[in-house]
Design a protein around this ligand. Structure first.
Ligand code: DGL
Length: 259
């Protein structure tokens, strides 16, 4: 069991921001990553569709013997993780927008959050934000159009800059000092965001926290891989593998897979 892979999935290439943190923290773990790019974006789909896609990805990973599943997608976590945990007999790690650290540390009492429609409209997101944002202005913004641009390899396009400018404007007007990235695709935008935001605004993403939580659960369940040898790490896309390779700077094994 301990040598079985960690399974990770996302609606596309964005969850590789989580994959990289997990691989760096747990360098001897075997890993299978699924980029469901064919069905991206998940963010505008109904909760039922997001659930069905999450089930499809989970069942594929379980059929490969995965010992734990990381839902490297805020949209899938906030809409499907309770069902997945109730239904399948492996631990699930999810990712949710990191509202808590932003809300606890903001000095201007204004926090921006950029996420998908599916995440911002989910019950789980509302529960978390209600818990921590008393007395804080939370400027919520749906990142409409961002994921399709990343999925088509247009990270640094003018269109991307235009969208970001439009989405940041109400946040800057509200004088935010924290911007929470509520979608695993968005950490790839940090270099662009840093050129557009005043330097007082801190950007929060939860990749490292998810990796640490994955390690903690593997330790707790006693399923950490104790073998110290080069692991098998494979990333699969059911869309354009070149986009996956570009985002990973060609550093990992990738392949097309129809799942
Ligand atoms: N990467 C995703 C997330 O964290 C999903 C984006 C999408 O497919 O809309 O929410």
């Amino acid at each position: 069991m301990n040598e079985n892979p960690i399974g990770i999935f996302d609606s596309g290439v964005g969850g590789t921001s989580i994959f990289k943190e997990i691989h760096a923290l747990l360098p001897y773990e075997n890993i299978i990553y699924l980029a469901d790019s064919k069905n991206a974006p998940y963010g505008n789909k109904s909760q039922q569709d997001i659930l069905n896609l999450s089930i499809k990805n989970t069942e594929y990973l379980l059929a490969q013997g995965c010992k734990i599943i990381v839902v490297a997608c805020n949209t899938a976590t906030t809409n499907a993780i309770s069902y997945l945990r109730e239904t399948y007999n492996v631990p699930f790690i999810g990712i949710e927008p990191a509202i808590k650290p932003a809300a606890l540390n903001t000095k201007t009492k204004a926090v921006g959050i950029l996420a998908t429609k599916g995440t911002l409209s989910s019950t789980l997101f509302h529960k978390t934000s209600d818990l921590y944002t008393n007395g804080i202005k939370l400027v919520e913004q749906v990142g409409e159009g961002i994921v399709p641009l990343i999925e088509s390899g247009q990270l640094y396009s003018e269109e991307m800059k235009g969208l970001l400018q439009m989405y940041l404007e109400p946040m800057l007007k509200a004088n935010i000092d924290y911007l929470v990235l509520g979608c695993t695709h968005y950490p790839y935008l940090i270099p662009i965001l840093e050129t557009m935001l005043p330097k007082e605004v801190k950007i929060i993403d939860s990749g490292l926290a998810v990796a640490k939580q994955t390690k903690a659960i593997l330790l707790e369940k006693k399923i950490l891989n104790s073998e110290v040898k080069k692991p098998s790490v494979n990333l699969f896309s059911n869309g354009n593998v070149e986009v996956l390779n570009a985002i990973l700077k060609n550093k990992f094994n990738t392949a097309y897979l129809d799942f």
